[in-house]
Design a binder for this molecule. Structure first.
Ligand SMILES: [Zn+2]
Length: 237
């Protein structure tokens, strides 16, 4: 009878462990963390796209500015030749003046284009800043919820450890063969492999056992494993 009672103790711990594992898997924060992670992922996608656009604008702006500098250097060179006395022919001076005018005009054009790009970049830069701020807020919330979740898991894990220890010590006094039967019944029958016989009723399926079969159960040897004729669970008498 001792090992039967121990089997019921094992069953109690197993039921409790099932509940704890279910609780661990369904802590509310798990869904919140998943939601925040997906929001962050979506935000990172937007950040990457705005950031890429901004970079491209800045590259183009830099190219224009570089080109404007080089045109400016050429214009300065022409200007120097105009006034350093090295050129005296009237026609040649006129050509140089025309070159200088064209180069200066080109420089102005390039600088204007660079300014246009800068203006286009401005709202993108603002948007990127806003996305970064939004990301920081989300990340902080995620960190917070993750830490709450870790705390809840730690509490449940500690309970699981205690239950597992108690279950192991109770299982130690149940014969291997009975434990094996119990384990496979538990798997098949929704987590309950052993139940107490209360009067004529099986606590596993809550059905009355017919008198003839009940008589057989009661007459079985004390150390025999008997099963509920209705649900098949091990009956603890
Ligand atoms: Zn039953």
């Amino acid at each position: 009878m001792g090992s039967s009672e121990d089997l019921l103790v094992v069953q109690e711990h197993d039921t409790r462990l099932d509940q704890l594992r279910h609780r661990r898997a369904t802590v509310a924060e798990i869904a919140v963390v998943a939601g925040l992670r997906s929001e962050l992922g979506e935000l990172d996608g937007r950040r990457a796209s705005v950031g890429g656009e901004l970079e491209e604008l800045r590259r183009r702006e830099q190219r224009l500015e570089d080109e404007a500098s080089s045109v400016q250097a050429k214009a300065a060179d022409v200007e120097r030749r105009l006034y350093d006395g090295s050129v005296v022919a009237h026609r040649e001076l006129e050509d140089l003046q025309e070159d200088h005018r064209l180069l200066t005009a080109r420089q102005g054009q390039l600088e204007e284009q660079a300014i246009e790009l800068m203006e286009q970049a401005e709202p993108l830069s603002t948007a990127l800043g806003e996305l970064d701020a939004e990301r920081n807020v989300l990340q902080q919330r995620l960190d917070q919820v993750e830490s709450v979740l870790a705390g809840e898991w730690a509490t449940i894990d500690a309970e699981i450890e205690v239950e597992e220890g108690a279950r192991e010590s109770a299982a130690g006094s149940v014969p291997e063969r009975v434990l094996a039967d119990y384990t496979s019944l538990r798997k098949r029958l929704g987590g309950i492999g052993a139940a107490r016989l209360t009067g004529a009723r099986c606590d596993g399926c809550h059905l009355e056992i017919p008198p003839a079969e009940l008589d057989e159960v009661r007459r079985a040897a004390e150390d025999a494993t008997v099963f509920c004729p209705q649900c098949g669970r091990i009956l603890v008498r």
